[in-house]
Write a protein that binds this ligand. Structure first.
Ligand code: XMP
Length: 521
């Protein structure tokens, strides 16, 4: 572990790390998460940005790729940066790229190899395969195969259809596997990664929520000194954990601002504000609902709604922040997946990082992002380490523009009331039926430009339909509709139609993402 300056001139305490070079595979982030689960720090870098002067690197993993190594557009690596310097593990494309570059041969397979297979070992006791079960199941997904290994390399495992399922170099610390150890269906996948990271690279497994909290608190104290810091709370897990961490480091020098844009869930503003106060945070709650309703009146186009809400938030936040004299920093709950530079299809590096509309620059504040190295599940583990209440840690994600993107059509306070009441019934029922933690995200959508006929008593009604949306997901990139029990759906439907004035019909959205999205706007 040692001290370094990063580009924002923050001091960071770093420990040994694995570098995962990304060649564009969809499972690259999963490799990162698996390595972190071994309590070893890792960073995902684009394939052409290997950090050459980083003394903490202990090993390199090469990811998969959507391309074939012999294609013109394929991504190549200058191996002189890593070969002979670090242990290397190539996964799928990574394994094929090494075979191809070092003098072997990779060819199209004809049919795409996809799904489960079983390993047959070609030698006893190779360190990368230590502890594997006989016929260990692995998960394949590739359209190419290595047909000849380079000189100085040997096969250590095969499957029925893939001769070089795993290979090793004779005199170098290099291994390649033509399957995906990072996915759940590769039974000994974690074992393989552990063999590489811990036994071969010497990872000490000292990256844990407790060590993260200790280090980050020390680092924040060094970085911030007696400076004042402002943080925008959203009620979500990331900004809440960031706030509690900063509070532990600098106490009352942190001021949190929680804005009610009138589009939060029912009672959320008061409930969450109370939670924050119980956590000892110095928090200012600003109820700006009326401003947002006024600016949104008559607007039904989703992107305009988003822009109005984004700009409105900045106005309110800036006005509040100006009252805090001497503030030098803006803290945000940015997490690692928000910042990973990913490769787009043309091989260009893209950054998905979005901070609050350029606020730090506009207000002349420096940016502080204490969670910027963490994956979402690690943020939750850190939250537990900080003894935050479980209901704050396990909250479903909620979009920044709030219920605005769940009211299709123009927004009025009355429609917000209808949606809040229906949503509250749905979320409470999920909790009561112990289903809340089984879904990634849930909410209700109000189709406010549609009315349909119903009967209530002797009267015909002509009212709004609402749609229940609940999905399972790992990262919101893809999602499936949650297979909630019929009895549960019937209960929610009855409660909504009986209790929410203005709604006479309840539908359940059974679309997955893609091609649909989680939100309706
Ligand atoms: P979609 O609808 O794209 O949503 O499948 C993926 C995730 O992103 C959230 N989401 C948003 N979050 N501002 C946000 O802060 C937005 O405009 C926005 N739109 C979607 C959505 O709730 C889901 O978790």
């Amino acid at each position: 572990m040692h001290l370094v300056n990063d580009k924002h001139s923050h001091i960071f305490l770093f420990m040994q790390k694995i570098i995962i070079l990304d060649f564009g595979s969809q499972t690259t982030q999963l490799i990162g998460r698996r390595v972190r689960e071994l309590n070893t720090f890792c960073e995902i870098m684009p394939y052409n940005k290997f950090p050459q002067d980083d003394p903490d690197v202990i090993g390199v993993i090469l990811s998969g790729s959507p391309y074939s190594v012999y294609e013109e557009r394929a991504f190549h690596l200058d191996f002189s940066q890593i070969r002979g310097k670090y242990p290397i593990l190539g996964i799928c494309y990574g394994a094929q790229l090494m075979a191809h570059t070092f003098g072997g041969k990779v060819e199209p397979e004809g049919t795409r190899e996809y799904g489960r297979a079983n390993l047959e070992f070609m030698e006893e006791g190779n360190p990368i395969l230590r502890g594997f079960s006989d016929n260990s199941q692995v998960w394949m997904s590739h359209g190419d195969t290595i047909t000849r290994l380079p000189e100085g390399f040997r096969c250590i495992a095969s499957t029925a259809t893939v001769k070089y399922a795993a290979y090793a170099a004779n005199d170098e610390k290099i291994w390649g596997v033509q399957y995906h150890p990072e996915v759940f269906h590769s039974i000994d996948g974690t074992k393989l990664l552990k063999n590489f990271v811990v036994d071969i690279c010497g990872g000490k497994q000292d990256w844990s929520p407790a060590s993260f909290v200790d280090q980050t608190v020390t680092e924040l104290r060094q970085q911030l000194g007696d400076d004042k810091v402002i943080l925008g709370l959203s009620g979500g897990v990331d900004s809440s954990v960031a706030a509690v961490l900063l509070n532990r480091a600098i106490g009352k020098n942190l001021t949190c601002i929680f804005v009610n844009n009138g589009l939060l869930r029912k009672n959320e503003f008061t409930d969450v504000l109370r939670d924050y106060e119980c956590l000892g945070l110095n928090v200012v709650g600003v109820d700006a609902s009326q401003k947002f309703y006024t600016e949104l009146a008559g607007v039904s186009e989703p992107e305009r709604k988003r822009k109005i809400i984004g700009a409105g938030f900045i106005d309110v936040f800036e006005a509040e922040a100006k009252k805090i004299t001497g503030a030098k920093w803006l803290a945000q709950g940015t997490i690692y997946p928000d910042r990973i530079e990913s490769l787009n299809i043309t091989g260009k590096v893209i950054k998905s990082h979005h901070n609050v509309g350029g606020l730090p620059e506009k207000m002349g504040l420096k940016l502080c992002e204490p969670l910027k190295w963490l994956f979402k599940d690690e943020v939750r583990r850190v939250g537990r380490q900080l003894q935050m209440p479980e209901h704050l840690i396990t909250r479903h994600p909620f979009p920044g523009p709030g219920l605005a993107v769940r009211i299709l059509g123009a927004i009025t306070p009355e429609k917000v009331r209808v949606l809040q009441d229906a949503d509250d019934i749905f979320i409470r029922a999920l909790r009561n039926w112990n289903l809340y933690d089984q879904v990634w995200q849930a909410g209700v959508v109000l189709l406010s430009d549609v009315k349909s006929v119903g009967v209530m008593g002797d009267e015909r009604t002509y009212e709004y339909p609402v749609v229940l949306r609940a999905v399972t997901s790992a990262d919101a990139m893809t999602a499936d509709w949650a297979k909630l029990p019929y009895d549960f759906l019937a209960d929610v439907s009855n409660q909504i139609i009986r209790n929410v004035r203005g709604v006479n019909r309840v539908c359940y959205d059974i679309s997955s993402k893609p091609p649909a999205t989680i939100e309706w706007e």
